[in-house]
Design a protein around this ligand. Structure first.
Ligand SMILES: Cc1cc2nc3c(=O)[nH]c(=O)nc-3n(C[C@H](O)[C@H](O)[C@H](O)COP(=O)(O)O)c2cc1C
Length: 332
C-alpha cells in the first residue's frame, strides 16, 4: 500500500501532518511529533505582533482590527510562559532542522503588508522547507468592504510569495462571500496550497464581572465537515493543493478529507489531547480503511468524493439544502 504523498514540493511518507501548535515551542516537541508519526511538522507561528510591536504599521492594523489582535493572542493562552522573541524563534527552527528528519514548515502569522514580511526570508534562511502564511482577521469596521479585505490579504500573500523561494501555503478562515473566487486569486499570487480553515475563536462573556473572556476550546470532529465540504468543492477547480485543518481526530475524518481531495490532513487538538503517538493510531485507521476498500495508494483515493464531476455545484448545493430541510423528522 502506497501512503506516500507530496505537499508543497516535499516528499512525505504519508499524508498526516502536525499543524501549528504549542508543541513546537520547544525542541523536544518536534522530536516527539516525529517519533509520534507526523509526516511533516508545521511550526507554531511567528506573529506579526511579535515582530512589529513598536512600529506604526501595527497601529494601523490595530485601528482596523483590534478584535483580531485579541483573537490572535488567544493562540497564546500562557503567553508569558512560552512566547519566544523572533530571534529565538529562528534559532529554534534552525536547531529543529538539525535534529528532525521530517520536513518542517515554518508559519508566519499576520495580516497587513509591512516590514514583518521580511521574516519570511529569515525563516527560509533558518532552514524552513516551506512556509505557511496564516491570515487571521475579523473585519469589524462597517466601512471596510469584502473586496478591500480580500485585496489586503492578496497583497500580503503576494509580498510573502515574492520574498522567498520555498513554496508558500495560505491558511485562512472560511468567512468569505465567494471563497472559490478568492481561492482562484490566491492561486494567481503563486502560492502553492490553501490550508482550510482557521477556527473562529469566539470569546465568551462572564455574566458576573461583565468582562469578555477569551476561550480556547479544542476542536470537535464535526468541525471537519465544513472543511471537507469546501475541499470537495474546490478540488480540481483551483490549481492549489488543499490541506485540511480543523476537527480531524480519527482515521474517519482523515479518510473523508482525502476522499474530498485533501493533499494532506492536519491535526492539533487530538494530538494535544492524546499525545503525539496519535498520528500512528490515525495512520493505522487510514491503512485499515484502504485495505478494506481495496485502495492501493492515497493518490487513488484522493478526490473520489469531490465535486469535480458535478457540472453545476451551486445548483447541487441548493438541491442538497432543500433535501436536508425536508429530511427533518416530523414534529412529535
Ligand atoms: C493551543 C493552540 C495553539 C495554536 N497555535 C497556532 C499557531 O501558532 N499558528 C497557527 O496557524 N495555528 C495555530 N493553532 C491552530 C491549529 O494549527 C489548527 O489549525 C486548529 O487547532 C484546528 O485544527 P485541530 O482541530 O486539529 O485542532 C493553534 C491551535 C491550538 C489549539
Amino acid at each position: 500500500m502506497d501512503l506516500r504523498t507530496t505537499y508543497l514540493g516535499l516528499e512525505l511518507e504519508h499524508p498526516l501532518v502536525a499543524s501549528a501548535s504549542p508543541l513546537t515551542e520547544r525542541l523536544d516537541g518536534f522530536l516527539r511529533l516525529e517519533d509520534g508519526g507526523a509526516a511533516a511538522i508545521v511550526m507554531h507561528s511567528l506573529f506579526e505582533e511579535q515582530i512589529l510591536e513598536e512600529e506604526a504599521a501595527l497601529d494601523h492594523y490595530l485601528h482596523y482590527g483590534h478584535e483580531s489582535y485579541a483573537e490572535a493572542l488567544s493562540y497564546f493562552p500562557r503567553a508569558h510562559e512560552y512566547r519566544l522573541t523572533p530571534e529565538r524563534h529562528l534559532d529554534l527552527l534552525a536547531r529543529a532542522k538539525e535534529r528532525v528528519s521530517v520536513p518542517i514548515i515554518a508559519s508566519l502569522n499576520g495580516v497587513s503588508r509591512g516590514g514583518w514580511v521580511e521574516y519570511a526570508r529569515l525563516l527560509e534562511e533558518a532552514g524552513a522547507d516551506a512556509l505557511e502564511l496564516n491570515l487571521y482577521y475579523i473585519p469589524t469596521d462597517p466601512a471596510l468592504s469584502g473586496a478591500e479585505v480580500e485585496a489586503m490579504y492578496l497583497d500580503t500573500i503576494q509580498a510573502v510569495v515574492e520574498s522567498v523561494r520555498i513554496p508558500v501555503a495560505v491558511k485562512v478562515g472560511h468567512a468569505f462571500t465567494a471563497f472559490a473566487h478568492f481561492a482562484k486569486r490566491v492561486e494567481a499570487t503563486g502560492a502553492k496550497a490553501l490550508v482550510l480553515f482557521n477556527r473562529f475563536y469566539q470569546s465568551d462573556f462572564d455574566l458576573e464581572t461583565l468582562s469578555v473572556v477569551p476561550t480556547l476550546s479544542l476542536s470537535q470532529p464535526y468541525e471537519s465537515l465544513l472543511r471537507i465540504h469546501w475541499i470537495a468543492l474546490l478540488f480540481g477547480r483551483v490549481d492549489l493543493e488543499l490541506a485540511l485543518t480543523g476537527g480531524v481526530h480519527s482515521g474517519k475524518e482523515a479518510v473523508k478529507g482525502l476522499m474530498a481531495g485533501a493533499q494532506v490532513v492536519m491535526m492539533t487538538s487530538a494530538v494535544l489531547q492524546r499525545g503525539p503517538g496519535h498520528f500512528c493510531a490515525v495512520l493505522s485507521e487510514l491503512k485499515a480503511f484502504m485495505e478494506e476498500k481495496g485502495y492501493e495508494s492515497v493518490q487513488e483515493m484522493r478526490g473520489v468524493m469531490s465535486y469535480q464531476k458535478v457540472a453545476e455545484p451551486a445548483a447541487f448545493e441548493r438541491a442538497n439544502y432543500l433535501k436536508v430541510l425536508a429530511s427533518c423528522c416530523p414534529l412529535p
